[in-house]
Design a binder for this molecule. Structure first.
Ligand code: PNS
Length: 164
C-alpha cells in the first residue's frame, strides 16, 4: 500500500494542485490531501471551507484505483505523515524558483524523519505560473479566474466577497 501526503495551504486549491493530485495518483494507491492549520496566517477561506470545497471537487475527478481523501493537520508534517502511515510526501515544483525552498523543506523533513521520502512532481506547463497567492490577488483586483481554479472555487470566492 503506497500512501502519500499532499500537504499545503490550498487557500484556495488551484487547477495546478488538481493536476498534481491526478499525476500523484499514477504513483500512489492513496493520497491524503492535507491542509495545514496555521493559526499565524489570516486565510481567505477557513480550514472547514477549504476541506469542504476540496471534498466536493475531488469527488468529481476520476482517479482510477487511487483513493484520494482530504484531511487537515497541525504541527510537524513528518509527525503527521508517520501517524497516517504514509511513505511519502508529494510536492509540486512549478519552476526553478520553487526548488530552493522545496529542497530545504525536503531535506529538513528527511533529517527529522528519514523513513518518509519527498517526491517532487511537475504540473502541466499550463499551470506553471498558477499559485493560490496570485489567484487571490487577481480575484481581489477583479480579474477572471477561468481556467486557473475549478468553477466551484470561483463561485465560493464571489459568495464570500458578497458576505464580507
Ligand atoms: O502550500 P504551502 O503553503 O507552500 O505548504 C507548505 C507546507 C504546509 C508544506 C509547510 O508549511 C509545512 O509542511 N508545514 C508544517 C510544519 C512543518 O512541518 N515544518 C517543517 C517543514 S521543513
Amino acid at each position: 500500500m503506497r500512501r502519500a501526503i499532499y500537504p499545503g495551504s490550498f487557500d484556495p486549491v488551484t487547477n495546478g494542485h488538481l493536476d498534481i493530485i491526478e499525476r500523484g495518483c499514477k504513483l500512489f494507491d492513496e493520497i491524503i490531501v492535507s491542509i495545514l492549520v496555521n493559526p499565524e496566517k489570516k486565510p481567505f477561506f477557513t480550514i472547514e471551507e477549504r476541506q469542504d470545497m476540496l471534498d466536493e471537487i475531488l469527488k468529481g475527478i476520476s482517479q482510477g484505483n487511487c483513493e484520494v481523501r482530504v484531511d487537515s493537520f497541525r504541527g510537524l508534517l513528518v509527525n503527521y505523515a508517520v501517524a497516517q502511515q504514509a511513505n511519502a510526501i508529494v510536492r509540486g515544483i512549478r519552476a526553478i524558483s520553487d526548488y530552493e525552498y522545496e529542497l530545504q523543506m525536503a531535506l529538513m523533513n528527511r533529517r527529522l524523519e528519514p523513513t518518509i521520502e519527498t517526491v517532487f512532481m511537475m504540473p502541466a506547463e499550463t499551470y506553471s505560473y498558477v499559485s493560490s497567492r496570485l489567484v487571490k490577488e487577481v480575484f481581489e483586483l477583479g480579474g477572471a479566474l477561468e481556467g486557473l481554479v475549478p468553477p466551484l472555487i470561483e463561485r465560493r470566492m464571489k459568495e464570500k466577497l458578497k458576505r464580507a
